[in-house]
Design a protein around this ligand. Structure first.
Ligand code: SF4
Length: 378
C-alpha cells in the first residue's frame, strides 16, 4: 500500500529487467507544444521530463464489452484475456493506492465495459476508500446499458461522476454502430444517472463522418438542454483494427463546432481537461468538443493508464507500456513498482505522432500486436 513508500523508494529499475520497447512513431515535437525538457522523470508527483504532473489515472478493469462498436474493437473481436491475467481487485486496489501515494488525485474506472465485471460494486467501494489517502475524485466511463441497477451502491461507495457513451439517438443506427440493440435503454439510463446526484454526468459521442454527424444538435438537445448533463463530441481516432480512414472517417473538431453553430449559440467557457467547453443559452448542461487528432492537448496531459492485465501506459497513442502485474506477483515492493512507473514517465514523449504514422506503426505490429481501443480502456 502507499504507506512506507518513501522509505522503500529507490530510483532505477535495472533489477527488474525492463522489456525493450520497440521504436514507436515520431512524436510531435516538444517545442511545437511549448514544452521544455526539465530533467528526468520523477515518480513522486508523477512528473514527466516536461514537468507535466500526472494526477489522473485511468484503470481498465476488464477488456470484455457487451457492445461491439466498430470504432473501438476489430470486427473479429479481441481474444479474451485468461482470467488469471486480469488484475484481481486486491491488486487493483494496491496499485491504485500506490498511484494515489505518488500523486494521483483522480481515478477513472474504464473497460471494455466496466459494469460487466462481476462484483464491480465491491471494487468501486475499495477505490472509494482511497479518498482517505488523498484521492479527490472517482469516476467511471460506461456504455450505461447496465448502469441503473448499480447507481445506488456506487453513489454510496463514493463514485462521483460518470461518462456515458452514446453516439446516436436512433435505434437502427445504434445497432449499426454497436452491432447490438439497446438505444432506448441507454437513453433511459443516462436520464436516470442525471437525477441520481452525481457531481457530473457526461455523454460522450464519437463523431464519424457520414455516420452520425447529422445528429450533433439532436444529441445536445436530448441531454444538455433540460438536464445538468454535459454532451461531449469526440474526434474519432485511429486504433488497431478500427477501420480508420476506411469505412469510418473522422469528422474534425472544427466541423463539429460549425455543425452545432448552425443551430445553437456556443459561448466558449474554457477547457475542461481535454474538452473545449461551451455554454448554450437556455441549456442546463454544457457542450464539449474533444479534438484529440486535429488540435491535440498533449502539452497539458495529466493522464496515465493501467490496463486490465496490469500494464502501465503513459500515453493513449503510444504503444509503449511496462508490465506491473508480473513484478507485483513476484513480490515487488511499492518502491520497485514506483521505479517502474518512473521509468514509464521517463519514456513519455511530448505528444503523439500524426494519424498516418500511428496507423503504420499499428499495421507493422500485425494483428493483436498493437492494443485496440477496447484493450487500452480509452
Ligand atoms: S496522446 Fe498521449 S500525451 Fe497526448 S493527451 Fe493523449 S495521453 Fe496525453
Amino acid at each position: 500500500m502507499g504507506s512506507g513508500l518513501a522509505a522503500s523508494y529507490t530510483p532505477g529499475v535495472d533489477a527488474l529487467r525492463l522489456p525493450v520497447v520497440p521504436a514507436g512513431p515520431r512524436a510531435l515535437d516538444a517545442a511545437a507544444l511549448g514544452l521544455t525538457a526539465q530533467g528526468d522523470a520523477r515518480a513522486h508527483g508523477l512528473f514527466d521530463r516536461y514537468g507535466r504532473a500526472h494526477t489522473y489515472l485511468r484503470i481498465s478493469i476488464i477488456e470484455k464489452c457487451n457492445l461491439r462498436c466498430r470504432y473501438c474493437m476489430p470486427a473479429e473481436g479481441v481474444p479474451l484475456l485468461p482470467r488469471e491475467d486480469l488484475l484481481t481487485f486486491e491488486e487493483i486496489e494496491r496499485l491504485a493506492a500506490l498511484f494515489v501515494g505518488l500523486g494521483v488525485r483522480k481515478i477513472r474506472v474504464t473497460g471494455g465495459e466496466p459494469l460487466v465485471r462481476r462484483d464491480v460494486d465491491d471494487l468501486i467501494a475499495r477505490l472509494g476508500r482511497l479518498k482517505a489517502l488523498g484521492l479527490h475524485r472517482l469516476a467511471m466511463t460506461s456504455n450505461a446499458l447496465l448502469l441503473k441497477q448499480h447507481i445506488p451502491a456506487m453513489r454510496a461507495a463514493g463514485l462521483d461522476a460518470v461518462n456515458l457513451s452514446l453516439d446516436t439517438l436512433r435505434p437502427d443506427r445504434f445497432r449499426a454502430i454497436t452491432l447490438r440493440d439497446g438505444c432506448e435503454e441507454t437513453i433511459d439510463a443516462i436520464r436516470t444517472a442525471a437525477a441520481a446526484g452525481f457531481e457530473k454526468v457526461k455523454v460522450n459521442a464519437v463523431v464519424m463522418a457520414g455516420v452520425n454527424d447529422d445528429e450533433l444538435v439532436d444529441l445536445a438537445r436530448a441531454f444538455a438542454r433540460d438536464l445538468p448533463v454535459d454532451v461531449r463530441y469526440i474526434e474519432y481516432m485511429p486504433f488497431e483494427g478500427n477501420h480508420w480512414g476506411e469505412a469510418l472517417k473522422m469528422f474534425p473538431a472544427a466541423a463539429i463546432r460549425a455543425r452545432l453553430e448552425e443551430q445553437l449559440e456556443l459561448i466558449p467557457t474554457g477547457f475542461d481537461e481535454t474538452a473545449a467547453m461551451y455554454r448554450v443559452p437556455g441549456f442546463l448542461g454544457s457542450i464539449g468538443i474533444i479534438s484529440s487528432m486535429t488540435e491535440p492537448f498533449c502539452a497539458t496531459c495529466s493522464r496515465t493508464r493501467l490496463t486490465a492485465d496490469g500494464h502501465f501506459r503513459w500515453c493513449l497513442l503510444d504503444e509503449g507500456e511496462l508490465d506491473l502485474r508480473g513484478p507485483l506477483r513476484d513480490g515487488a515492493t511499492d518502491g520497485d513498482l514506483a521505479g517502474l512507473i518512473e521509468e514509464g514517465l521517463r519514456r513519455k514523449k511530448p505528444g503523439h505522432a500524426p494519424a498516418d504514422e500511428l496507423l503504420s506503426v499499428q499495421k507493422a505490429a500485425g494483428p493483436g500486436g498493437a492494443r485496440s481501443m477496447i484493450r487500452i480502456g480509452g
